[in-house]
Structure formats: structure tokens, C-alpha cells
Write a protein that binds this ligand. Sequence first.
Ligand code: ADP
Ligand code: GN1
Ligand code: MG
Length: 371
Amino acid sequence: MNTDELLGKFMLDSSPVSCEPYGNGHINSTFLVQTEKGTRYILQRLSEEAFKDVPALMENISGIAQFLDAKAKAEGSPCHVLPPVKTADGMTYIQVAAEDAGDFEPGYYRVTPFAENSICLEKPESDEDFYQCAIAFGTFISELADYPAETLHETIPNFHNTPDRYRIFHETLERAKADPQLAERVEAAENEIEFVLEREESAGLLQKLRDSGELPTRVTHNDTKLNNVLLDKDTRTLLYVIDLDTVMPGLSLYDYGDCIRFGAATAAEDETDLSKVHCDLHLFEVFTRGFLESCEGLTDLEIKLLPDGARTITLELGVRFLTDWLDGDKYFAIKYPEHNLDRCRSQLALALDMEIKREEMKEIVNELSGN
Ligand code: ADP
Ligand code: GN1
Ligand code: MG
């Protein structure tokens, strides 16, 4: 199958003239498509390693897009998610079989309209940008508070179940130790393995509180990196929340925490000079203010545990990068051989800095929430 044939299955406004790799996502393969009329679209091949049931995932996204569109129309406000582009037979994706793949990799593909006049940030360029990202994800949770959560498919089972992430880590570690091809990876990660093992018990606290019902399960985004928000180029306010593949029932604390992890860090997610990796408490405050203002109905316990949300999701991601490193790099796209180990080290350094700053973070939260 060539580009024209693949894109020809979707109802684009005219014939495609270009299709180029695009963006910095770690999971899906993303391409920017332009048509004869100059209209742009995003084409994505969904990761098979991450998503085992793409039809269910696309059902989630269509359901959310319709729900938020109806809500926006009823309230006369803009809708903050983009609906998938349909195929000629009304589907939201196509499946390309190995024997037809040709220029493309086999798998599931979907098309989304490209959000024109938008910006996508890898780090906040100003306090206001970061505040607007807090508004974006806080608003997203609030808008979905009355979404029928029981209709959502769990696209990655136990995605942010931290004890389950540890279970997979332990299994992978044992397998790696027994595999001559992976054993040297265990040796290279000795310190990181020790670091995460020391924290296993505390890492499970939030999931325990979720299981006991003390923390409410909400419809959450579950992948709240800054580059999963598109801001309006002119007003630099929320335009779209994207990357809805992991919208599932979850904890608000992890949505809050993941954005702090990525956006309030003083260095990139894969920084190798660990002396540069810290959590910027000013940005922490800016984001927390926006989140508290926009995410309605947070309970006292959720508010109190916000700093733990940031630390736990950072540690969890460190465990996930470590697991993928020990597993031979099957899940996250990497740019060089040690990439997952470097990412792991940087996330663990950030989690440690958050542990050191826990009391200061708590004071900031108390002050902002009036507790
Ligand atoms: P991944 O799951 O791999 O992170 P995303 O859906 O987040 O995939 O897409 C990767 C990147 O592509 C985004 O960070 C963003 O820069 C860009 N992108 C995705 N969808 C759109 C869109 N509809 N309009 C503009 N840019 C987009
Ligand atoms: C992945 O898809 P992307 O690049 O937005 C991952 C997140 C991680 C993140 C780390 C489905 O996000 O959970 O936090 O990388 N998404 C999935 O950068 O696993
Ligand atoms: Mg993304």
C-alpha cells in the first residue's frame, strides 16, 4: 500500500500531496499530511506494543469527542478535543494487513484534523503557558466528571496502578538476570534497581487509597505531558487536549502529577547531567494554582496528596523506563541504545528532589488551598 492508497481510505478534503514524520511522541508513529487544497491532517499508526485493542480505544475517543462536543454546544463554548476523521465506510481507523502494507508498517491507522494556529510545547516558555496547561487538564477532568465512566474501555489495563508496575518490573528483572543477552543491562542499572526497590512500599500508597475508596476514581487523561496540550498561538490559552488514547478511569493526582513531572522539571526527561534535574517550586506553585482553580470538586484528601501525586507518578515512570531498559527496549521509542536508562536515571533524580522538597510543596498547596 502506498501513501495515496492508505490516505485514500479516509475522507480527506482532497488528494494528499505530502506525508512526513511529525512530533515527539514516544508511543505512536505520527505523520503530518498535507492535501492539494492545503489542508493538514495528522496520520498515526497506533503502537501495537502499547494498545492491544485499537477498536475499543477508538470507541473511547469517539465517545469522549461526541460528549464534549454536545456539552460545548449546549453551553455555547468551544469543544477542546478533535474528533477522528472517518473512512468512506464510517470507521474511525483502518487496519493494514502485513500482506497489503507495502510502504507502511502493518497495523492500525487513524487520521485527525491538524489543529491550525496552535502551539505544542516541550517545556513552558512562561509561567502563563504552564498555568494554561493546568487549566487545560483541570478543565478536562471537570468536563468529564459526568461522563459515563462504565462505558470506557481500559485501553491499557492497570496503566497507572503503581504496585502492578512494580510487579512487572520484578518479573522483567528476573527474566533479564536469566538471559545472557540482557544480564549486562541489569549490571548497568544496579543503582537504579536498588533505588526503586527501597521505595516500593511508599510507591503503592495512592493505589491503596484508590482501592479503599478513600481517593475517588475519576475519568482522567492519564498522559498529561505538556506536548499533549495544544494552545492557541495568538491567545496562548487552551485550544485542544490531544493524545486521548489513555483516557480511562484513574486518579486526578496522577494527571496533576504527570504535568508537574514534565513541565516543572528544570531539565529534559532524558537529561544525562543529573545535577541539572530538579523540580522548580515556582512552576510547581503556578501549575498548582491553575489546577486548583479549574479542577472542580477535588476532595480535601486529593488536595492534601497533590505533592505525593507528583512524586509517585515520577517514580512510576522511572520504574517503567527501567523495566523497558531491562526488557530490551520494547515499549518506548528510543533514539540511542541507552536512552531508556538515561530517562530512568533522570526521572529517579527528579523523584528524589521531590522527596527532598515534600514539605515545601505541601506548604505551597496549603497556602493556595487555604488549608
Ligand atoms: P503519542 O501518543 O506518540 O505521544 P500524540 O497523539 O501525542 O502521539 O502525537 C504526537 C505529537 O504530534 C503531539 O505531541 C503533537 O505535537 C502532534 N499532534 C498530534 N495530534 C495533533 C493535531 N491534531 N494537531 C496538531 N498537532 C498534533
Ligand atoms: C508516553 O505517548 P506519549 O509520548 O505522550 C507514555 C506516557 C509516559 C510518557 C513519557 C501510552 O507518552 O505514559 O509518561 O511517554 N504513554 C503511554 O514521556 O505509555
Ligand atoms: Mg503524546
